[in-house]
Design a protein around this ligand. Structure first.
Ligand SMILES: C[S@@+](CC[C@H](N)C(=O)[O-])C[C@H]1O[C@@H](n2cnc3c(N)ncnc32)[C@H](O)[C@@H]1O
Length: 238
């Protein structure tokens, strides 16, 4: 199991402010939500609250959910006015209350079994009002599996140097799954610490997504291509 959202949660928070363009991501979701008149939203995989702040500033009725308390502690610290709850996307506790549900940061990649995916999407369906919107991004199996290559990232955050060396390997145990091992080398004030992390992620083909969506009572409205990933905009039909 990954340490990235527990032991390494602060490192994630510092690092990903330079990895993701949260401002751009917010505008991406905001445009979809506005087009579909969605105001009351749930963000699944809200992490350290970097989108939460923007949703709240822009007047959304917002709730963030994440599996890891360490991430939620940071979100509550960073966005004191935000509402965040701990939960597992495979077991959502809501009933028909949201206009839209977003799974951000491709967080569904951590749900690697078909049953878990179906439980997640069925739970999203149950949590949405009639005609509610479900927006989620996934890694594209066609892109990921066509080009497995190691990569390295170097981030400077407030005088801290974070270096991450990543290695990807096919796993294929439960679909288009792959193992991501990463070595973190962190340097601050001439002190160096190192951590190793390994986790399994799942990518999807468009056909797989179409089947999951069909089986759970949604209609795909749009698929937005993002290179190694794509985002699905789906509407609750039944
Ligand atoms: C790549 S991070 C994205 C976080 C945030 N959306 C961002 O963009 O920075 C993936 C997030 O999914 C959360 N997560 C992983 N498995 C989960 C699950 N089963 N249920 C809810 N959240 C989960 C992790 O704790 C983590 O915060």
């Amino acid at each position: 199991m990954t340490q990235l959202y527990s032991t390494l949660a602060e490192i994630y928070h510092e690092m990903y402010q330079h990895v993701f363009d949260y401002e751009k991501e917010f505008h991406f979701y905001d445009a979809i939500l506005k087009t579909n008149n969605c105001h009351k939203i749930l963000e699944i995989g809200c992490g350290s609250g970097m989108l939460a702040r923007r949703f709240l500033t822009n007047g959304y009725d917002y709730l963030g959910l994440d599996l890891y308390n360490e991430m939620l502690d940071i979100a509550r610290r960073e966005v004191p006015s935000g509402l965040f709850i701990q939960g597992d996307m495979r077991n959502l506790p809501f009933d028909r209350q949201f206009d839209a549900i977003l799974i951000t940061g491709r967080s569904i990649a951590y749900v690697i079994e078909n049953k878990g995916i179906l439980d997640t999407i069925n739970g999203v369906h149950k949590s949405l009002r009639d005609n509610g919107l479900f927006v989620f991004g996934v890694f594209d199996a066609n892109q990921i599996f066509d080009n497995f290559s190691d990569f390295e990232q170097n981030i400077n955050h407030n005088g801290k140097k974070i270096r991450r060396i990543s290695h990807l390997e096919k796993n294929l145990a439960t679909g288009w799954t792959y193992d991501w091992s990463a070595k973190y080398i962190i340097e601050k004030d001439n002190e160096i610490s190192e951590f190793n992390d390994i986790t399994t992620l799942r990518a999807f083909t468009r056909d797989e997504i179409a089947l999951f969506i069909k089986l759970t009572g949604f209609n795909i409205e749009e698929i937005i291509d993002e290179g190694k990933a794509f985002t699905i905009v789906a509407k609750k039909t039944l």
